[in-house]
Design a protein around this ligand. Structure first.
Ligand code: GAL
Length: 960
């Protein structure tokens, strides 16, 4: 047993014998599972990034939806760069209020795996490193003094917050703390670095177990974590062939070798990110769909894993310039919950498994046990047994997971005693396993007063109140099912609904039920005082059930789109939840329940023969969205004109740079060196022409890796030179454009797609922006001025934060903001085409009048009948919610998180359309309703400064 002693705490993290914490709960673990307050606990968790959902009220929505699906954990990355625009400056307010997030997790009752980095990867800019770190020295993710001093700032800030919310203190639900992220290098300096992070966490009051996702590294020795884990993405990230599956690596050998800690997957594939030009997230959702979840997740369960976290369960959006090069605005991830917070078939499937995990506690402690081979050799069975109570689990799937044939089999299962029973016993029936399906069958499982011999249906849940039990089994529509329960004497059986045949075998004391899964069958089995309501559904029927805990015990609800919460108030069950249409609400609750309220309003409920209460609830009122047909447009790139005044811009006058990517040439042009870390950047280069210049070679680093789609466009004295999407190009100069002996101006606009993620080679410091410019024909000197986002690291708008705005003229002038007066702009309609490369800004306002108590996910759609050469940055109410590239794609619909909208009032859209060639413009723009739900969810507008407020504060700070 290992004990940790911190500030008077004694905590035991190991062994079946747990030690008591001074306060709060004990978190221990053994080779089987986590053991929380002495109870073996299966962790079924999903990843969620609050920073990809800039609307705190919606965090609650996601957490409640996860909890409702049976997840008992959420894994959260904390993004350093999101909180720190400048060295020494940290912001944990508003959309960055992680205290609030962790309080919500506590209120919802979901454990948190806290992953504060400092490096997180996550397809986010620089893998979570702040922009200012780019310009520091020191090897990243090492024990270099410079890097150490930098990350300790962050760790001090974030550890302090996480420490306030730990299970071990009884003040929150933070259960585990992940150290770093996927560090695969065990060199001495990385070990010291890991150890320093661990020491820092402990010194900062972190008392929960430390975990890692370092795939076999830091398992022992310096820097080892308490619970090491394995990340696994078996289908990779290419969604363009959504039918293509890879083999399953089943990890059972690894499980056998673990002696101290459970088999833990800190990231098991929950979807996939998509790339610029990729097939789009519906393809990712298909690739990693319910079939994948069943076959692959259940294989990890069959290997004995009791700690599974899925990356991602809700992906969200890379609003602003949050994404790393390669990925676009949506981070939907093809996850169980869409970026628009809607539930998918993947959610339903995870709910089926998640509920079972909750309903069958013996699953948290199992050993592998031999299973007889199915008589159909295309299929494979794996068995596990709980050593304490003998509950058995049969995991059934095709031997080749890709196999698409529909198969049937019999299975010999051990029911105690020496011999095995071949099931199903009913002649003419079989266990069906369709192509790419999988099942978990139970045997020898006791619950309530019941003794389940076995079932060829899967158990979704079971609950008890005194001598009354309820069990919900399910199977694929139309498939046979057989369930056998044991009783000391023949029980009475009443089939309330459906067709269920029963057979009593006095010799084995077994009641056998045979049926076909079709809708919902209901059977009551009574013996003496004890009764069982057996519900047998097909999958579609099963997923309409929701189970919630109340102080008086669990409640089961059938019908609505979502049930968020349940409370027993006297003899009434108070439920909250969402509907997408009017329909039934059936409640199975404590037997003295007389009434039901739904979202605070009593509903007419009648008692049913199933001892439930049945009511009807309303759906949402219809909603139509306004058309966006009145636009205003204004030219937005005055920097192109030679007469533009750049006297207040920053000169590129740095004489040296700590950045190892610096080639020791002057001038230093890269934008990070001047504090412009995110978004578009303008350069203006002044030179006295000799008249002999025949061309200019411009090199920029826009991150061309990973199918990235940065670009730059250049003008000479207002004449378009061209664009370059790959990094360097010589542009020919028409002699007529030059003003010999006078000031000439090169204007270059660079779209920087963000900083690379980091291995340990300093890639995140790769320079961004313009790198060099050389004339052909004459060695003419150029003096450069640079302008990125207003204020650089000194944010004029800390509410929207460091990633929101770049350096376009309109962004600097606040044209994206509500309240800006565009009255002098020209009226326009969309679509527009233009042959003038440059930037045009389009603005419109629209009024929403969304009914109170409805959740209406809305997206902004840009539609081009054919691709044009332009890219757009889209702002709604001043928030940058989308980057669109017409000639790259694939994203056309941009989620508008409801907290960014004024749901009953005016909203402003501003779009900067940058035509990168003579065939630009802006497509049609419309609002799309993605769904409509009646909901109790609060969706308050996130307070953020409008034009007047920002310009006032900027004037006060007198920045350019
Ligand atoms: C993992 C990494 C995550 C994320 C994921 C792919 O290797 O830990 O942060 O990048 O890959 O989405």
């Amino acid at each position: 047993m290992i004990s940790f002693r911190r500030a008077g705490f004694v905590l035991a993290f190991l062994g079946a014998s747990t030690a008591a914490a001074a306060a709060g709960h004990t978190v221990a673990y053994d080779r089987y599972s986590l053991v929380i307050d002495g109870k073996p606990t299966y962790l079924w968790s999903g990843s969620f990034h609050y920073w990809r959902l800039p609307s705190p009220d919606l965090w609650l929505d996601v957490l409640q939806k996860m909890k409702a699906a049976g997840f008992n954990g959420v894994e959260v990355y904390f993004d350093w760069g999101y909180h720190s625009p400048k060295r020494g400056v940290y912001d944990f307010s508003g959309i960055r209020d992680v205290d609030r997030l962790l309080d919500m997790a506590r209120d919802v009752g979901i454990y948190v795996i806290a992953c504060p980095g400092p490096y997180i990867n996550a397809e986010t800019d620089a893998g979570g490193f702040p922009g200012w770190l780019v310009t520091t020295a020191g090897k990243p993710r090492s024990d270099s003094p410079e890097y150490t001093a930098a990350y300790r700032e962050w760790m001090t800030q974030i550890n302090r917050i996480i420490a306030r919310h730990q299970v071990t203190d009884g003040r929150g639900t933070v259960l585990l703390y992940q150290v770093e992220n996927e560090l695969y290098d065990e060199s001495d300096d990385t070990r010291r670095y890991m150890q320093a992070l661990e020491d820092k966490a402990r010194a900062d009051g972190i008392t929960v177990p430390l975990t890692g996702n370092h795939n076999g590294n830091f398992v022992s020795g310096l820097g080892a974590t308490d619970i090491p884990g394995q990340d696994s993405y078996p289908l990779d990230f290419d969604c363009s062939h959504p039918e293509r599956w890879n083999a399953i690596y089943d990890f059972s050998a690894e499980r056998r070798e673990l002696t101290q800690a459970p088999l833990f997957f800190p990231e098991y594939q929950g979807g996939a990110f998509d790339v610029w030009g990729g097939p789009g997230y519906e393809a990712c959702r298909k690739l990693t769909g319910p079939a994948f979840e069943r076959v692959f997740y259940e294989s990890m369960m069959a290997a004995g894993s009791t700690m599974l976290n899925f990356y991602m369960t809700y992906g969200g959006i890379n609003w602003g310039w949050l994404s790393s090069p390669g990925v676009y605005t949506s981070y939907d991830y093809g996850a169980a919950i869409t970026a628009s917070r809607q539930l998918t078939g993947k959610y339903d499937q995870q709910k089926l498994i998640g509920y079972m995990i909750h309903a069958v506690p013996p699953l948290a402690r199992t050993d592998a046990v031999g299973a007889s081979v199915p008589d159909n050799r295309r299929l494979r069975a794996t068995a596990r047994i709980n050593p304490d109570d003998g509950t058995r689990f049969y995991f059934l799937r095709h031997a080749e997971p890709q196999d698409t044939s529909n198969d049937a089999t019999h299975l010999k299962i051990a029911l105690g005693g020496a011999s095995e029973t071949t099931v199903p016993q009913q002649p003419g029936t079989a266990i069906h396993v369709d192509g790419r399906d999988a099942k978990i069958l139970l045997a020898n499982f006791r619950f309530g007063k019941q003794n389940l011999a076995y079932s060829t249906s899967e158990l979704m849940t079971q609950l008890s109140e005194g001598a009354k039990d309820l069990a919900l089994f399910y199977g694929r529509h139309g498939e046979d099912g057989e369930t056998v329960l044991r009783y000391p004497a023949q029980p009475s059986v009443r089939v309330l609904e459906g067709t269920v045949a029963t057979h009593w075998d006095a010799a084995t004391h077994s009641l056998r039920l045979n049926y076909r899964h079709d809708g919902l069958a209901r059977v009551v089995i009574e013996q003496g005082e004890a009764s069982l309501l057996l519900l047998i559904g097909d999958n579609d029927a099963a997923i309409r059930f929701w189970q919630l805990d109340t102080a008086k015990g669990p409640v089961l609800v059938r019908g609505p789109y979502l049930v968020r919460d349940a409370m027993q108030v006297g003899d009434t069950v108070a439920l909250t939840g969402d509907t997408e249409q009017a329909g039934e609400l059936e409640v199975f609750a404590a037997s003295d329940t007389r009434g039901v309220t739904w979202n605070g309003v009593p509903v007419d409920a009648v008692a049913t023969p199933s001892a439930s209460l049945l009511a009807h609830v309303a759906g949402p009122a219809p909603v139509t969205l306004p058309r966006l047909d009145r636009w205003r447009v204004h030219m937005g790139a005055p920097e192109i004109a030679p007469t533009f005044d750049d006297s207040r811009w920053q000169a590129t006058d740095r004489a040296s740079s700590p950045n190892p990517h610096w080639d020791h040439r002057l001038p230093i042009l890269d934008s990070d060196a001047y504090g412009f870390h995110h978004g578009n950047v303008w350069y203006r280069g002044h030179f006295r022409a000799t008249g002999k210049e025949t061309g200019v070679r411009l090199a920029a680093n826009i991150g061309v890796h990973l199918g990235n789609h940065g670009i730059f466009t250049a003008w000479l004295n207002g004449h378009f030179l061209g664009n370059n999407p790959s990094g360097a190009q010589e542009f020919a100069i028409d002699p007529a454009w030059l003003k010999k002996g006078e000031d000439n101006v090169l204007s270059v606009l660079v779209d920087n797609h963000g900083h690379l993620q980091e291995e340990r080679n300093g890639a995140f410091r790769e320079r961004r922006g313009l790198l060099s410019a050389t004339f052909a024909g004459a060695p003419t000197d150029i003096r450069w001025k640079i302008q990125g986002n207003s204020g650089g690291e000194d944010l004029p708008d800390p509410v929207r934060g460091p990633f929101n705005a770049g350096g376009l003229f309109g962004e600097r002038m606040g044209w994206q903001l509500p309240g800006f007066d565009d009255g002098r702009w020209k009226a326009a309609t969309l679509p527009q085409v233009t042959d003038a490369p440059g930037v045009d800004w389009y603005r419109t306002t629209f009024r929403l009048d969304l009914p109170e108590g409805q959740d209406v996910p809305i997206a902004l759609r840009i539609h081009d009948a054919a691709p044009h050469h332009y890219r757009a940055v889209v702002f709604v109410n001043g928030w940058q919610i989308g980057r669109y590239i017409s000639d790259v794609g694939p994203q056309t619909d941009f989620e508008l998180p409801s907290g960014l909208l004024n749901r009953q009032g005016d909203n402003t859209i501003a779009i900067a359309a940058w035509s990168t060639a003579q065939d630009g413009g802006l497509g049609e723009v419309s609002l799309v309703r993605q769904g409509n739900y009646r909901t109790p969810l609060r969706q308050r507008t996130v307070e953020a400064p409008d034009y007047d407020a920002l310009m006032r504060s900027r004037k006060a700070a007198s920045r350019p």
